[in-house]
Design a protein around this ligand. Sequence first.
Ligand code: 9UX
Length: 67
Amino acid sequence: MSTQTFTVTGMTCGHCVASVTEEVSEIAGVENVDVDLATGAVTVTSSEPLEDDAVRAAVEEAGYQLA
Ligand code: 9UX
């Protein structure tokens, strides 16, 4: 199990949080996603270490950017 935190910019409401959570949750191996709207911190727990590029792609698919 691996837990990593990423910072996402551009989220301003709860729907943003839901979109990021949904996309990141689709990455293979991801078990849990926690998004802090106030700070942009996205904490991802997964069964294997995540590739930054996979997280970046998911965040961008949702319409946001990694800091
Ligand atoms: Mo809320 Mo987020 O209306 O991009 S979905 S601001």
